[in-house]
Design a protein around this ligand. Structure first.
Ligand code: BG6
Length: 474
């Protein structure tokens, strides 16, 4: 009973949300760097507003983030103290290939991650590496239109070859694309896509998704060739949809909304475009350009495990009156009257995690890995700088209990759990520092002020105890 003996407990971050040092070590500019905090953020992340460089009017939080580029040893030591078995982080593509289309990688970038991985192993931590967590070198965005171009497959393949060869023996768990379905919801932030007047946005998004899916299959192929020990996962922004009422129309709307997301994983895990997606594309007039050999690659190189993020369930209705109330900053959802929400309106639903796990396991029959989950909240340190974040402990406890039920009662095979933003970092959706997820507080505010000092919150000791007891002592 309980979790696997080798259960991978840990935490997760992404390069652009924590590293900073955006112009150091030979790193090139990336799409995720040029997104400011404030009212212009949403038009930019959704690809509606072209914004290719910095200006004096805005603050760009990814430039400095929490300066993990210089402080990773201190941060990894703290993860080690909590007993992390794994640390999920992402590679900044533009540290390895600053422009993206060079033939030779940037040694300084490679050496940075090599040292970071060695540091993890020193603390008994197995790295879990996301190859791209939303980032794309700006040169590829400007020159090729990012993933709308098929050429990106080749550039991504070069990146993967370099990573798998260089880090053989240091890294064995890889994720190809973070939240691959984000391309539909935040195409610039998620894949460097932006739209000009007259563009057929749906066509561009699905073609770009096809390129990513083929690139993901090629990455899986190379990972297995370079080292049979490598295990490759897909990554979905998950959270199943509920029908707002028992009206069959609402139920079917929920089925369709779920499929909008599962579509990606159906290809990555089952190896083919699902029939409902082909029909949907036909109806929308989307014609995918599929090159010779693409479908074989998708079929032959499916992922080893299914990873996903889960923050919230979602609710859908077919009633036009209800739909006037749809909210949410990236994934639109109705307010579910049975659920409480976070300060950012993300609805809190631990049982939804168990439902999502069951749906994913039923559908794919491959091990699952929860690689993001957590509560974004405002933390207020007391006069000694201590944060008593009981609300975060409550959220995590309830979600871990639900995932335990999925394992013990429903028999889901779960490899691990990495809570999101184990150290406070920049929010992906809003760019705020104020939206904190960490066990470790970082002294920095929305405007970039603060000492960057790290301090343990109450949840730090709680999570340490959870890991030490393999999830028994909650
Ligand atoms: C996921 C992303 O969508 O959610 C992370 O993979 C992100 O990058 C996380 O940070 C939480 O979202 P936010 O907007 O609160 O940072």
């Amino acid at each position: 009973m309980g979790f696997r003996k080798d259960f991978l407990w840990g935490g997760a971050t992404a390069a652009n949300q924590c590293e900073g040092g955006y112009d150091q070590g030979g790193r090139g500019l990336a799409n995720v760097d040029v997104v400011p905090i404030g009212k212009d953020r949403f038009p930019i992340i959704s690809g509606k507003m072209k914004h290719f460089d910095f200006d004096d009017e805005h603050f760009y939080p990814a430039k400095g983030a929490i300066d993990m580029y210089h402080r990773y040893k201190e941060d990894i030591a703290l993860f080690g103290e909590m007993g992390f078995k794994t640390y999920r982080l992402s590679i900044a593509w533009s540290r390895i290939f600053p422009k993206g289309d060079e033939s030779e990688p940037n040694e300084e970038g490679l050496a940075f991650y090599e040292d970071l991985f060695k540091e993890c192993h020193k603390h008994g931590i197995e790295p879990l590496v996301t190859i791209t967590h939303f980032d794309c070198p700006m040169h590829l965005v400007e020159t090729y239109g990012a993933w709308r171009s098929r050429k990106l497959i080749g550039f991504y393949e070069n990146l993967c070859r370099v990573l798998f060869n260089r880090y053989k023996g240091l890294v064995k768990y890889w994720l190809t694309f973070n939240e691959i379905n984000m391309i539909l919801h935040a195409p610039f932030m998620g894949a460097g896509l932006y739209f000009e007047e007259g563009d057929n946005e749906e066509q561009i998004k699905y073609q770009a998704a096809h390129h990513e899916l083929v690139a993901s299959a090629i990455a899986t192929k190379i990972a297995h060739e370079v080292d049979p020990e490598n295990q490759v996962g897909c990554m979905l922004a998950a959270g199943n949809y509920y029908p707002y009422t028992s009206n069959p129309e609402d139920y079917f709307a929920a089925v369709q909304k779920d499929r909008e997301n599962y579509f990606f994983i159906d290809v990555q895990s089952r190896g083919a475009y699902p029939s409902y997606a082909l029909k949907e594309m036909e109806r929308k007039g989307i014609e995918l350009e599929i090159a010779d050999g693409d479908l074989e690659l998708l079929k032959e190189h499916t992922v080893d495990f299914i990873s996903f993020s889960y923050y919230s369930s979602r609710t859908v209705s077919t009633d036009p009156e209800m739909n006037k109330k749809v909210a949410g900053n990236i994934f639109a959802s109705l307010k579910n009257p049975y659920l409480k929400a976070s300060e950012w309106g993300w609805q809190i639903d631990p049982l939804g995690l168990r439902s999502t796990m069951n749906q994913l396991y039923d559908r794919y029959q491959k091990p699952l890995f929860i690689v993001e989950n957590g509560l974004g909240a405002v933390d207020t340190p007391d006069e000694n700088g201590y944060v008593a974040d009981d609300y975060r402990i409550d959220y995590l406890r309830d979600h871990i209990k639900a995932m335990k039920d999925a394992v013990e009662i429903d028999g889901v095979d779960l490899m691990g759990y990495t809570s999101w933003g184990c150290i406070d970092l920049v929010s992906a959706s809003t760019g705020e520092m104020k939206k904190r997820y960490g066990f470790i507080y970082v002294d920095r505010d929305n405007d970039g002020n603060g000492t960057l000092k790290r301090s343990k919150k109450k949840s730090f000791d709680w999570y340490k105890k959870v890991i030490a007891s393999n999830g028994e002592d909650l």
